[in-house]
Design a protein around this ligand. Structure first.
Ligand SMILES: [Zn+2]
Length: 313
């Protein structure tokens, strides 16, 4: 599924002579990628030139500079591919502008015919089509900044579906596995948090008492921890950290902890400090909207009566 809707960039205003937003977009993307823009978009008598960029290449023979003639074609509104008629006389235009390469910057795709022509030219050619442009932009903070400027609506949707932690504290959040010390927040699987509770020896009138709160990788590290804890004769309850990271679950979890505290459940100093640390580190991941997948997951979780002790507020 494409993320960026190129129709957010207005069509060219040939009539009023204003610079096209799409050409300005091309300039920003290409300089972000590392090209030097030597001739910016200009609606003069430019003989079919949209933009000239330079690429510095360092090789064994030293540095070479390659000049690219950039042709911008914004056909997202018609959805049609860029045809040989849209981009004609490529080799002549490249030579006339003292360039060595041709770069097509298209909001759709090159047609098969144009692709064939480009492949047959004896100059370097490359095409940035909508997929490649999107790929370049969505994988870095700087790229996202450009995307946000030109595609505000697409980006708002994308950010909800791809949440990143809010910038709330001076330091980045960190939860290191209690066993192997790996940074859990950098893993796809964020691991689990375990709460270690004293066994009651049949006296259920006694309130629960938590001795430790640990976070670990799932699987191996969790088993290692269980082995280490065996002598303490505690029982462990656990949650997926990625579940607790969902805003709805986080607030329910926090409320159930507060209710438990009120009802007399106790925590050792260590467990209470760890619990606070956990809630603080997870919070930046929580301060946001729910993604579509999470909305489904919350529905599923809420349907499980025992989940987080009933989740009563
Ligand atoms: Zn681990």
């Amino acid at each position: 599924m494409p993320v960026l809707d190129f129709k957010e960039i207005p069509e060219a205003h040939v009539a009023d002579g204003r610079q096209d937003t799409f050409e300005l977009f091309a300039r920003d993307v290409l300089s972000f990628i590392g090209f030097t823009v030597v001739a910016a978009p200009d609606r003069g008598a430019d003989g079919g030139k949209d933009l000239i960029v330079e690429e510095r290449r360092t090789g064994v023979g030293g540095e070479t500079v390659l000049r690219w003639l950039v042709s911008c074609k914004h056909k997202a509104f018609s959805g049609k591919s860029v045809s040989p008629a849209d981009d004609s006389n490529i080799q002549d235009r490249v030579a006339a502008n003292k360039c060595q390469g041709f770069l097509g910057f298209y909001s759709t795709l090159p047609s098969a015919g144009l692709g064939g022509i480009l492949a047959g030219l004896n100059i370097e050619t490359q095409v940035f089509d909508r997929e490649r442009i999107e790929g370049e932009l969505l994988h870095s903070a700087k790229g996202l900044e450009i995307a946000e400027r030109y595609f505000p609506e697409s980006l708002a949707v994308w950010k909800t579906e791809n949440p990143s932690p809010a910038k709330i504290f001076a330091d980045q959040s960190s939860l290191r596995c209690h066993v192997c010390d790996k940074e859990l927040l950098e893993q796809d699987d964020k691991g689990i948090v375990t709460l270690w509770q004293e066994m009651k020896d049949g006296d259920y009138s006694r309130p629960d008492s938590y001795h430790h709160v640990f976070w670990t990788c799932r699987g191996h590290c969790d088993r290692v921890l269980k082995d280490r804890m065996r002598d303490e004769r505690l029982i462990d309850g656990w949650e997926d950290i990625s579940d607790v990271m969902m805003p709805t679950i986080y607030v329910k979890w926090t409320m159930s902890i507060m209710n438990e505290l009120r009802s007399g459940v106790t925590y050792s100093d260590e467990a209470f400090e760890a619990l606070k640390e956990f809630l603080l580190q997870v919070y930046p991941y929580v301060a946001r909207d729910l993604s579509t997948n999470e909305r489904e997951r919350v529905k599923t979780l809420s349907g499980i009566p025992a989940f987080l002790g009933g989740l009563g507020y």
